[in-house]
Design a protein around this ligand. Structure first.
Ligand SMILES: Nc1ncnc2c1ncn2[C@@H]1O[C@H](COP(=O)(O)OP(=O)(O)OP(=O)(O)O)[C@@H](O)[C@H]1O
Ligand SMILES: [Mg+2]
Length: 369
């Protein structure tokens, strides 16, 4: 089975009815975000968007908290959000979180198309800790330019293949949630990193790094010509700072969350104790980013041209400037809403909210494109 091309049809007989309206559903660990896009006369219009905190759906939970909810609770939250945002789409694209998936690049010897599947499955076994029968495996051959030796003879190089693996039970869980909502005719799934890339990139010609700074972790993807060349996830995200502040300063969750947002990486903040907590917590993340950049530039012998920031955690005070100066690479926030037409008066709001909605918008865009 593969999730790449899988479209779950909940009602047979409607297969040929083509949708022009799609809702992208990003089920994060702290918030669900949705974006509905509509294609009209070749233009992509923003119909509606919104988010809902998952914290309140768990016992004694607060808005902004990390959650690990059962499918029924997620369904309930999603249902509420779809109602609040007046979502009408019958087609949904849902993100699969990167914590439940694997993304890696394999080097395989030159083989025929026919042999490739076997070779990939064999190689993938080394990366995947469960039987292949329990996962959905997808792959994309990364196009390579012909290389020539000094005598002008083409050199045969290994083929690079981007591989993704998702457990079947995860696919099942997302489909169950979608089916319980009862409003969708068809549902597709996509691993969030690919959606974030579609929502954030603008046909950049040289390699860029996309950082999705979520509540539960930070995902780093290096993308070139629209293809993920390198991927790494760190299991430390924005919620880690809130938790550390909460414990170290003995304050409640809401106050810790506020302090995190107010102070962030602002060196000049009068709350130096908060600054130090966040600053020292960030060191691990910074060094992982450094490793990914270093590895890529060394292997591929070319520099990154840009870092794009997505996810709510990327709004941490002074983070953008800190990243820009640390790695000396131009850094910008994702502006996914720029890919859809919306009333002018929303421009400001949408560009501020952009980083958080990169995944959801990218998902909806997969549908309308
Ligand atoms: N201005 C801000 N400064 C610092 N952190 C912020 C700010 N705004 C939001 N956040 C943090 O961003 C996180 C939510 O971001 P996001 O919605 O991208 O996470 P998520 O998708 O639920 O998580 P994940 O992708 O890890 O599953 C929360 O931890 C929140 O505290
Ligand atoms: Mg997220």
């Amino acid at each position: 089975m593969s999730i790449k091309d899988s479209v779950t049809e909940f009602f047979s007989g409607l297969k040929n009815k083509k949708s022009d309206t799609f809702v992208g559903i990003d089920i994060g660990s702290s918030y669900i975000k949705i974006v509905q896009l509509k294609k009209e006369k070749g233009r992509i219009l923003l119909d509606t968007y919104g988010s809902i905190a998952l914290g309140p759906y768990q016992d004694e939970g607060f808005s902004g908290q990390l959650t690990n909810l059962e499918a029924e609770k997620i369904t309930e939250a999603l249902q509420n959000l779809l109602e609040q945002a007046n979502v009408t789409a019958k087609s949904a694209v849902i993100s699969v979180s990167s914590s439940t998936s694997l993304i890696f690049v394999l080097k395989v010897p030159p083989v025929t198309e026919k042999e490739l599947a076997g070779v990939i499955q064999n190689e993938a076994r080394k990366y995947i800790p469960v039987p292949l029968s329990e996962i959905s495996l997808d792959w994309w051959v990364i196009p390579q330019r012909e290389m020539y030796d000094t005598a002008g003879v083409p050199t045969k190089r290994e083929t690079e293949v981007l591989v993704t693996a998702v457990r079947n039970e995860v696919v099942f869980r997302y489909n169950t949630i979608a089916e319980s909502i009862g409003a969708f005719r068809d549902v597709r799934l996509e691993i969030e990193t690919f959606s974030a890339a579609r929502g954030s990139l603008k046909h950049e010609l040289s390699p860029v790094m996309l950082l999705d700074f979520g509540a539960s972790g930070v995902r780093m993807a290096i993308i070139e010509h629209g293809i993920v060349r390198k991927f790494r996830a760190v299991n430390r995200g924005s919620a880690f700072f809130t938790n550390t502040i909460q414990k170290s300063l003995n304050v409640d969750f809401a106050e810790a969350e506020n302090l995190k947002k107010q102070v962030g990486l602002n060196r000049e903040s009068p709350r130096q104790e908060v600054y130090s907590i966040i600053q020292s917590g960030m060191q691990y993340i910074f060094s992982e980013i450094q490793n990914v950049i270093f590895d890529f530039e060394k292997t591929h012998q070319k520099p990154l041209s840009k870092i794009i920031l997505a996810g709510g955690g990327s709004r941490l005070h002074s983070l953008k400037d800190e990243i820009e100066s640390r790695y000396n690479i131009f850094t910008a926030f994702a502006d996914p809403f720029s890919k859809a037409s919306a009333p002018d008066f929303l421009d400001d709001v949408l560009s501020k909210a952009g980083p958080e909605f990169a995944v959801a918008l990218g998902l909806a865009l997969q549908g309308v494109e």
